[in-house]
Design a protein around this ligand. Structure first.
Ligand code: ZN
Length: 363
């Protein structure tokens, strides 16, 4: 739990309340709880709680900023989807949690990803936007089930070309998901397509996945599809979009900004990004990096102090306490600096700080 001035008050009140509750319980309890399993449970720290008496009560977290909420598209109450033609022929689809897109051209329709959260509703959404047009191509952004695991809904499309990078295809061959079709066309580095004269550039990149990520760029539309990169209006998802490598993630902002785009589809939540969103997420991420780097200088001093304070009881406990100390200080500072600028910073700042700490312990 990280402490901001407002949260400190909530923490203090909650501690007093739970202290009162504990002393009341102590008066009636006759047998002390010596069960090791329940003792263990009490030491799982930082779990968000539904208990209003807990300092980690969910209600202590800040709501999303109004400026973020105002950007969310309304979902159709019947389908639970928002389907918008945001560029000529380019439709963006979201269920509020995941995103995909499809491009309608004179030569057929190209689909980008099929998140299982709404893939079952995707064929009908496409048919409604482009009645009678055939789907010709499906492009996989990377080998993660939450973005392509619903691809099987297109398994019956005759002659469908399924495209991704060679490396992603190799991963899929090793750990493919039920119903997800193997790619029919792969590439190394770059691939250019121009269905119906609309230019699509696919670039292999490396910032999130264990192997490769595929960025899709439509230069004529200034539209960029880069999945699991940033979250517009919000700080990045937990552990920086669950990146497999924080060092590579630090480079993704320059990679994105090198494209001439004005709309970015990042795959998560319901908002499309702009260049400013990339700059905001970059500044936030670099702030976490710099804050953590400064604290890493204190790590060995902390080891000594904690060892002494705990009477050298347990080396791993010392390690955890040193990391938690740096993480909580970092998260508190980051929340103070960012809570008015980006949403959900108090939900994820501790994970961001911890990801950076673990990275810089080894780099
Ligand atoms: Zn992913």
């Amino acid at each position: 739990m990280f402490i901001t001035p407002t949260r400190l008050a909530a923490w203090t009140i909650a501690a007093i309340v739970s202290g009162l509750a504990m002393s009341a319980a102590a008066q009636t309890e006759t047998t002390p709880d010596t069960n090791p399993a329940s003792a263990l449970k009490r030491h799982t720290a930082d779990t968000v709680s539904l208990d209003p008496k807990s300092p980690s009560y969910f209600g202590h977290f800040a709501p999303e900023l109004a400026k973020t909420v105002a950007r969310k598209p309304a979902l159709d109450p019947e389908t639970g989807l928002s389907v918008q033609e945001v560029k000529p022929g380019l439709f963006y689809v979201t269920d509020g949690i995941y995103q995909s897109a499809f491009l309608v051209t004179e030569d057929g329709i190209v689909v980008f990803d099929a998140p299982p959260s709404f893939a079952g509703r995707l064929p009908a959404a496409i048919a409604k936007a482009a009645p009678g047009d055939k789907i010709t191509t499906l492009i996989y952004s990377h080998d993660h089930a939450d973005h392509i695991g619903g691809a099987g809904v297109f398994a019956g499309v005759p002659g469908l070309e399924v495209i991704t990078s060679r490396s992603v295809a190799d991963s899929l061959a090793g750990d493919g998901y039920p119903g997800v079709m193997a790619p029919t066309r792969t590439f190394k580095g770059h691939l250019e397509l121009s269905p119906g004269g609309v230019e699509i550039r696919l670039d292999a990149a490396s910032y999130h996945s264990e192997d490769e990520d595929v960025i899709a760029y439509l230069p004529g539309l200034k539209f960029l599809i880069a999945i699991d990169t940033i979250t517009p209006g919000e700080v990045p998802f937990m552990n920086f979009g669950a990146t497999a490598d924080f060092g590579r993630y630090l480079g993704v902002f320059d990679t994105l900004l090198a494209y001439d785009f004005d709309l970015l589809l990042p795959g998560h939540i319901s908002i499309l990004g702009t260049r400013q969103d990339v700059l905001d997420n970059r500044d936030y991420t670099y702030d976490v990096r710099d804050t953590v780097r400064a604290k890493m200088e204190t790590m060995y001093r902390r080891f000594g102090e904690i060892h002494a304070a705990t009477n050298h009881a347990n080396d791993n406990l010392t390690y955890r306490m040193a990391i938690e100390g740096m993480r909580n200080e970092c998260a508190g500072e980051i929340i103070d600096r960012w809570s008015e600028r980006l949403s959900v910073v108090d939900i994820y700042a501790d994970s961001h700080c911890e990801t950076a700490i673990l990275h810089y312990i080894m780099h």
